[in-house]
Design a protein around this ligand. Structure first.
Ligand code: AP5
Ligand code: MG
Length: 214
C-alpha cells in the first residue's frame, strides 16, 4: 500500500500503527535519506541539500534507493510506502518495477489535512534520531524526559526541514508536484480518502475500516 498525504498529515504515525497491526514492512523514503545522512554517506549528504530547502530530491537519486529497498523484500512480504511516489514519473517507474515481480499496489490511502493544521503539527514535531518515530511535543512545557523516544528511548530532535520557510516550500511542492499523483491512482480505482484531522486513533480506525480489516 501507499500512504499518501501532505507534509505533517500523519503518514509516519499511521505507517507505524499499520505496520504493527498488519505485519507489513514500512518503507519511508524520507527516513531512508535521513538514515543515510546520519551515516554521512554521499547519498545522504546529496539528499540533505534538497531536503533542507524543502525541494524534492532528484528522481535519479530517489528511485534507486526506494526500489532497492522494496525489491529486496521477500515476495510474500507486504509493505507500506510512505513518501513515495511523489510525482507521476516515480509512480510509473514503481508500477513497472513491481509488475516485473508480479507484484503491485493494492491501495493508496490519502490522508488529507488542511494547511493550517499541517503548519501547527510540524512546528511541534520531534523525531527520534534512532528509529525516526514522530512525536508531538508542547514546546512551552516540556521536560528532558519528553525528549526521549517513547518507542526506543533514543534522543528526539527537530528536523531541519521543519523550519517555517522549509515547511512552506514543502507544502507548495506537494501541491504542485505530488498532488497530481492522486489522479493517477484515482483513475486506477486504488484511492481511499481519509480525513487526517481526527485523533491518531480515529484516523487509524478509519484507515483499517476503509481497507476492510475491521
Ligand atoms: P518525508 O520524510 O517523507 O516528509 P513529508 O512527506 O514532508 O512528511 P512528514 O514526515 O513531515 O510528515 P508525516 O506525514 O509523516 O507526519 P507525521 O506522522 O510525522 O520527506 C522529507 C523530504 O525528503 C522531502 O521534503 C524531500 O526533500 C525528500 N523526499 C522524500 N521522499 C521523496 C521522494 N519520493 N521524492 C523526492 N524527494 C523525496 O506527523 C506529523 C506530526 O503530527 C507529528 O508530531 C505527529 O505526532 C502529529 N500527528 C500525527 N497524526 C496526528 C493526528 N491525527 N492528530 C494530531 N497530531 C498528529
Ligand atoms: Mg514522515
Amino acid at each position: 500500500m501507499v500512504l499518501f498525504g501532505p507534509p505533517g498529515a500523519g503518514k509516519g504515525t499511521q505507517a507505524q500503527l499499520l505496520r504493527d497491526r498488519l505485519n507489513l514492512a514500512h518503507v519511508s523514503s524520507g527516513d531512508l535519506f535521513r538514515q543515510n545522512l546520519n551515516n554521512n554517506t554521499p547519498l545522504g549528504l546529496k539528499a540533505a541539500e534538497y531536503m533542507k530547502q524543502g525541494h524534492l530530491v532528484p528522481d535519479e537519486v530517489t528511485i534507486d534507493i526506494v526500489l532497492d529497498k522494496v525489491l529486496s523484500l521477500n515476495s510474500e512480504e507486504g509493505f507500506i510506502l510512505d513518501g513515495f511516489p511523489r510525482n507521476r514519473y516515480q509512480a510509473e517507474v514503481l508500477e513497472k518495477a513491481l509488475a516485473q515481480r508480479s507484484r503491485g499496489i493494492d491501495k493508496v490511502v490519502h490522508i488529507d489535512v488542511c494547511q493550517e493544521e499541517l503548519i501547527r503539527r510540524l512546528a511541534g514535531r520531534f523525531n527520534c534520531r534512532d528509529c525516526q518515530a514522530p512525536h508531538s511535543i508542547d514546546k512551552v512545557a516540556f521536560s528532558q524526559e519528553d525528549l526521549k523516544c517513547g518507542q526506543c528511548g533514543g534522543e528526539l530532535y527537530q528536523r531541519e526541514d521543519d523550519r517555517p520557510e522549509a515547511v512552506q516550500r514543502r507544502i507548495e511542492v506537494y501541491q504542485r508536484e505530488t498532488l497530481p499523483v492522486l489522479d493517477y491512482y484515482r483513475e486506477k480505482d486504488l484511492l481511499l480518502d481519509v480525513s487526517g484531522l481526527d485523533t491518531v486513533e480515529k484516523v487509524n480506525k478509519d484507515v483499517l475500516a476503509g481497507l476492510g480489516v475491521i
